[in-house]
Design a protein around this ligand. Structure first.
Ligand SMILES: *[C@@H]1O[C@H](CO)[C@@H](O)[C@H](O)[C@H]1NC(C)=O
Ligand SMILES: *[C@@H]1O[C@H](CO)[C@@H](O)[C@H](O)[C@H]1NC(C)=O
Ligand SMILES: *[C@@H]1O[C@H](CO)[C@@H](O)[C@H](O)[C@H]1NC(C)=O
Ligand SMILES: *[C@@H]1O[C@H](CO)[C@@H](O)[C@H](O)[C@H]1NC(C)=O
Length: 808
């Protein structure tokens, strides 16, 4: 084209007219060409010729500047407007000169510049393509126009980078270019639900111009995706006893598709009936709820298969594992494996009383049980094996203090809050004979007046035994001890059941002042226990014995007289009345009074001591023979008394007395043989005395133990006065008498002296075999009545007063 234009210009220049070529769209006033010069005209000619442009066109594009002789652009020149597609594009006009008239034709050729871009008729394009569209599918695209021509015209299409599509360009018969896009890679709505492409149309101009159109590709969904659970395993926990419709978990399956293709429903597969009662799943939301009562003790874990299904029937499967959380809903249960009651009070600490088993169905801490005993009791509970507890005694039991225990065993689990169970054990303590009967006092003292009637109740003993039943049944037993040679049971008896002590006989104070014996209280246990108590039975005196006059001895036949020399002074001790009273105390408190006297003015009797003394000088006028009657009284209530007659001879010599007492004829003969008798008597007495001593010593050694009893019996000391002793001596000198008395009394407690009734024979009984043993004297009567009990020979010889006094 450029070459052709150049050629035409040359042609115009050479021939008719001037030709100018300018690009379109030049600015107003731009120089087109120096027409004066080109036409060979000077400026004066132009001025004179009044050069001007004439044109048939309505629009004057060009103007002439005559002062410079140049042509300039007057109006904007748009080639596309002026010529459209026509090429080359030019216009002509004439320049007229006058004087001479000259006409010059001028042609201006407009050359194209790239001032137009390719344009699409629409701003955007939209395609809806199913994701399952097959590769190779074609999609025609809009065409672009470019008003420029030639190289500035439309050149080609470009599709911006895209994997899925390629662009294919074509030209139609008129040379118009168009394009289509071809699917080269399948679409996936799920990865790229829409594509935004740009189609660019470019021209060939310089600088290049382009036009763009947006292509929106919407990928249409197809059900090409199955639902997918977001977890392969769902774990959930549910507490047991949860209320109905308690939330368990939510499962979620998502379907990459959209719309109805993505609607997922959930369901459990092959749910066994029992599980179906417990759980349900919301078909739409996937929420799993409980529908029934869940018991941990039955099921600790559930495993459910769940399915998700979309509308197209595509599915996925997952699992829900539900762990049941234990709740402390079971209290411990106490069961007694063995239990023994009563338990003996002598059981050692640690004795097993029972074994209990404790169960708790819960698990973990909720099933962890501990046992204890409530309150304080001498028992303890400990666990040997898991869940087994032994109940044992913790200390020594004492039935007498606590005979029964109610102990509460409490089993508590470790749950929160803890549950507990309790059980009461009634433990009885059985008695063991561990307590002896006890008397409240150590010694009992009872009083009884002598001469009681046999069988009279003396006192009642009562011992206590805290044991029970047989072990507390007390029997009272008199301990067999001998008293004064005879069994104590001859004195008293004890009622075994009531403990009443009875006197078994009538007591005689003069024999027995006090009876000490032991009563045993024994219970019925096995072995029995017992305790002793000492009973002191004090026999009280009654004034039942009259005083006994020991000296002077009163005999029926013989006559004893005390000698008082006529020279005796006032206060001369004539003799002493000696009397005893076997009673005691007041009853034995003797007083002596002169009842009758030949001469009351001559003698007096000591009230207390019984001494007979002269109260004035004896004179010759006083009768030789004086007779005094002394009365001895005790102080008892009523009082008893005895009288004694004392003969006193007031003489200086023996013959004088004899003459006075001549009424005793045999006395003369007696005096004749006095010397002989004295010697004989002395010999016999000496012999007897030695014999007695030997016997006493041997018996003492043999029975020295029993002698103690006699110490306790405290028999009265009885002074002994041999009958007519003073008479034998003739002078009646008292020192002799006292000597003898002293000799006897040193041992008198142990001597075996008995006095017969004074009224009868004045017999001295002396049983050497029983010296020092009161026991042998069972009673005086038996000895007196049955002399053969002891040595009869000695008995006879001793019991003969004649032998004693007169040498047989
Ligand atoms: C699965 O979905 C459930 C319910 O929406 C959600 O609670 C859970 O966290 C999800 N799991 C994962 C691994 O994203
Ligand atoms: C499932 O999970 C998806 C994405 O994680 C969420 O958008 C949707 O709401 C969940 N569905 C349920 C029922 O929780
Ligand atoms: C023990 O319990 C029993 C029965 O409840 C009752 O009879 C008895 O008195 C109680 N014993 C003690 C010592 O509490
Ligand atoms: C009781 O006395 C008897 C006889 O004196 C004696 O054998 C016994 O041991 C005594 N018992 C007690 C418990 O003192």
């Amino acid at each position: 084209l450029i070459l052709i234009n150049a050629f035409i210009q040359l042609f115009y220049l050479a021939f008719l007219f001037s030709v100018y070529s300018i690009p379109e769209e030049m600015k107003k006033g731009s120089l087109i060409g120096n027409v004066a010069q080109d036409l060979g005209l000077d400026l004066k000619r132009l001025r004179s010729g009044r050069a001007r442009i004439v044109s048939g066109e309505s629009i004057q594009y060009v103007e002439l500047k005559p002062d410079k002789g140049v042509l300039a652009v007057k109006e904007r020149i748009d080639r596309e407007q002026l010529c459209g597609d026509t090429t080359p594009c030019s216009f002509t006009f004439e320049m007229i000169l006058e004087n001479p008239m000259e006409l010059h034709q001028i042609m201006v050729e407009i050359t194209d510049i790239n001032d137009n871009s390719p344009t699409f008729k629409r701003d955007s394009m939209r395609f809806e393509i199913s994701e399952i569209a097959s590769v190779g599918a074609r999609f025609p695209l809009a065409t672009a126009e470019d008003l420029d021509v030639g190289v500035n015209g439309m050149k080609e299409y470009i599709l911006n980078d895209d994997d899925n599509f390629v662009l294919k360009q074509h030209s139609n018969a008129e040379g118009k270019k168009y394009a289509e896009m071809v699917l080269q890679k399948p679409l996936d709505r799920e990865t790229n639900p829409s594509l935004s492409l740009k189609l660019i149309a470019v021209d060939g101009g310089t600088p290049q111009r382009s036009g763009t159109v947006n292509i929106d590709v919407v990928v249409l969904d197809a059900n090409d995706n199955a639902p997918v659970f977001n977890q392969t395993l769902y774990k959930a926990t549910v507490t047991e006893n949860a209320l109905k419709s308690t939330y368990v978990t939510t499962v979620n399956a998502s379907d990459a598709d959209v719309g109805s293709n993505s609607v997922v429903t959930y369901y459990f597969s092959d749910l066994s009936n029992s599980l179906g009662d417990l759980f349900k799943i919301d078909e739409k939301s996937g929420v799993v709820l409980t529908t029934g009562f869940i018991d941990f003790e039955k099921d600790k874990k559930f495993e459910l298969q769940i399915h998700a299904k979309d509308q197209g029937g595509l599915t996925d499967t997952s699992k829900v594992i539900i762990e049941v959380v234990d709740v402390n809903d079971n209290a411990p249960a106490i069961s007694v494996m063995s239990f023994t009651s009563p338990v003996s009070e002598d059981s050692p600490p640690g004795t097993t009383i029972g074994i209990i088993n404790v169960k708790d169905l819960d698990s973990g801490d909720n099933g962890q049980v501990s046992c204890r005993i409530e309150g304080t009791a001498p028992f303890k509970i400990k666990s040997n094996l898991r869940n087994y507890y032994t109940l044992t005694t913790d200390s020594v039991l004492d039935r007498e203090m606590v005979s029964e225990y109610n102990i509460t065993v409490v089993a508590t689990d470790s749950g929160a809050p803890p549950l507990s169970a309790q059980r009461i054990f009634n433990i009885k303590v059985s008695d063991v004979n561990d307590n002896a009967p006890v008397f409240p006092e150590r010694v009992y003292t009872a009083f009884i007046t002598e001469n009681n009637s046999p069988g009279v109740s003396v006192l009642t003993l009562k011992a206590n035994d805290p044991d029970e039943n047989r072990n507390a049944r007390i029997s009272y037993i008199l301990e067999g001890k001998n008293i004064a040679g005879s069994s104590v049971s001859e004195y008293v008896s004890v009622n075994a059941e009531t403990g009443v002590v009875l006197a078994a006989r009538s007591f005689d104070y003069e024999q027995l002042k006090e009876l000490v014996f032991v009563v045993k209280a024994q219970d019925g246990g096995s072995p029995p226990l017992s305790s002793n108590v000492t009973v002191k039975l004090i026999i009280q005196d009654q004034n039942d014995n009259p005083p006994q006059v020991l000296y002077p001895v009163q005999t029926g036949g013989s006559m004893v007289a005390e000698m008082v020399p006529r020279s005796a002074d006032v206060g001369y001790l004539v003799t002493k009345v000696v009397a005893v009273d076997v009673d005691s105390g007041q009853n034995a408190w003797l007083s002596y009074k002169l009842q009758k006297a030949t001469d009351r003015a001559l003698f007096e009797v000591g009230l207390q001591n019984g001494e007979i003394r002269t109260i004035r000088q004896v004179t010759d006028k006083d009768a030789v023979k004086q007779r005094l009657t002394v009365i001895v009284e005790d102080n008892g209530q009523p009082s008893h008394s005895a009288t004694v007659i004392v003969n006193v001879a007031v003489a200086d010599s023996f013959p004088e007395v004899l003459s006075e007492f001549s009424e005793f004829p045999h006395d003369k003969e007696y005096n004749d043989n006095l010397t002989f008798y004295l010697v004989l008597a002395l010999a016999v007495v000496s012999f007897l005395f030695i014999t007695c001593l030997v016997v006493i010593i041997s018996v003492k050694i043999y029975r020295w133990r029993q002698s103690r009893i006699l110490y306790h019996s405290s028999l009265p000391v009885i002074p002994y006065y041999p009958p007519r002793y003073s008479d034998t001596m003739g002078t009646g000198t008292l020192p002799h008498v006292y000597n003898y008395e002293a000799c006897r009394t040193t041992d008198s407690r142990k001597s075996d002296i008995k006095f017969g009734p004074t009224s009868s024979q004045n017999v001295l009984l002396m049983d050497p075999t029983s010296i020092g043993t009161m026991q042998r004297i069972k009673n005086e009567k038996s000895i007196l009545d049955e002399p053969e009990l002891s040595s009869t020979q000695q008995q006879r010889s001793l019991s003969s007063p004649d032998w004693w006094l007169h040498g047989g």
